[in-house]
Design a protein around this ligand. Structure first.
Ligand code: SAM
Length: 373
């Protein structure tokens, strides 16, 4: 291990301030980015921020952070007991330094106390260090870059997108009843098939799963994105491209996957690339609840609904009939009453209007735009 003087980044979420230790991005005297060392410990990247936003912030008994790196996720978890794992010794050194800089009390090597929270860092691959253990909340910003050039901090240790397949298979047995697991992930779009079908085959039966694709890039754009700050040389980029082609990938999708162990079982795989922003932890929980209990027709028709005007998914596209229905819903009308009112205003067949209203309201409720008033 090389002697390290860490860069320090102050990070504030709500009223919680943490100081995160990490490596500075290497640049030459002119400020040009230089290739990242293989054992680079990253700071607060876009992916770090995304997972921080997505993570539900309710106090739990036991929480797990897989691939903790600098400790940026670990230090914001709210739990009695936190275990944070990483394969990389330098990452664990940085995470320990972050605890120190953030004023936590060191009990012994790799074990810290902050108020009532006990934090333990363990070295090892993925879920190996927590074999046989279960948690109430699991977060992972894993090394998800597919077929990258060997950066421990972000390039998947498994061929292709095997990391997603393996985590989906292994995570459920580490989840207590009611547990939520939130992970960032990348998956291949097969040149000769459907990405949703491919992922659907990997979804575990024991838990509910929400896969949300934020974006998809063709393989050249993907390599560009992940080469930019790492200064990957052209020859390595060509080899990277060849590896992705050999795996049959035409593009790479990325986003988040949320698992929920609860009585209701469902799975949703969707593209959310038109969303205005990433949902926060409360919105993630609300979305899980909406997916878990889609209202039946009677409930849909008989209830008053509140419409979420500012939704993380962005504005809801509305045709003229849906817009007219929504005007009524905003006044407190049930869907049934809204249908009756719109029938008097627009020249639409009554049966068609009812069917359209039900389909619209069901979809809007499922995606969290319509919330029971
Ligand atoms: C993308 S970084 C995330 C760091 C931090 N959690 C964050 O959100 O900023 C991924 C982390 O996974 C670690 N890692 C790489 N391979 C791993 C493996 N097989 N098992 C566990 N951690 C691994 C890396 O060392 C790195 O710290």
């Amino acid at each position: 291990m090389t002697a390290t003087s860490w860069a320090e980044t102050k990070l504030m979420r709500g009223r919680t301030l943490r100081v995160i230790a990490h490596d500075p991005l290497p640049v030459d005297a002119e400020g040009t980015p230089q290739p990242l060392p293989a054992d680079f410990v990253m700071g607060i990247g876009g992916a770090t921020e995304t997972l921080l936003e997505l993570t539900p912030r309710r106090h739990v008994g036991r929480a797990l952070d897989i691939g903790c790196g600098s400790g940026a996720q670990t230090l914001f978890l709210d739990a009695d007991r936190i275990i944070a794992t990483d394969i990389d010794e330098r990452a664990l050194a940085a995470a320990n330094a972050s605890c120190h800089l953030s004023g936590f009390r060191r009990l012994e090597p790799d074990v810290w106390r902050n108020g009532d929270t006990l934090i333990e860092f363990r070295q090892g691959s993925l879920l190996e260090p927590v074999e046989g253990q279960r948690f109430d909340l699991i977060v992972a910003n894993p090394p998800f870059v597919i077929e990258g050039v060997g950066h421990v901090h972000r390039d998947s240790p498994l061929p292709g997108d095997g990391l997603v397949r393996d985590l989906l298979a292994q995570l459920p047995s580490h989840m207590n009843e009611g547990a939520v697991a939130v992970l960032l992930a990348s998956w291949m779009h097969p040149a000769d098939g459907d990405w949703e079908e491919r992922l659907a085959d990997w979804l575990p039966d024991e838990v509910s799963t929400w896969v949300a694709q934020r974006d998809v890039l063709d393989i050249d754009a993907y390599i560009d994105v992940w080469s930019a700050d790492a200064a990957v040389p052209p020859a390595e980029r060509l080899l990277w491209r060849a590896r992705l082609e050999a795996l049959g990938a035409s593009g790479i999708g990325f986003g988040w996957i949320v698992l929920h162990r609860a009585r209701a079982h469902w799975s949703v795989i969707e593209d959310v690339s038109t969303a205005s922003r990433v949902p926060d932890g409360d919105e993630v929980l609300a979305q899980l609840a909406a997916f878990a209990s889609p209202p039946d027709a009677l409930t849909l028709l008989g209830r008053s609904w509140t419409f979420a005007d500012t939704h993380w998914r962005g504005p809801l596209a509305l045709g003229p009939v849906e817009a007219a229905l929504l005007d009524e819903v905003r006044t407190g009308a049930t869907i049934e009453a809204a249908v009756a009112a719109v029938a008097t205003r627009l020249p639409v067949d009554a049966d068609d209007l009812l069917a359209l209203a039900l389909a619209w309201a069901r979809d809007a409720a499922l995606r969290g735009y319509l919330v029971p008033a």
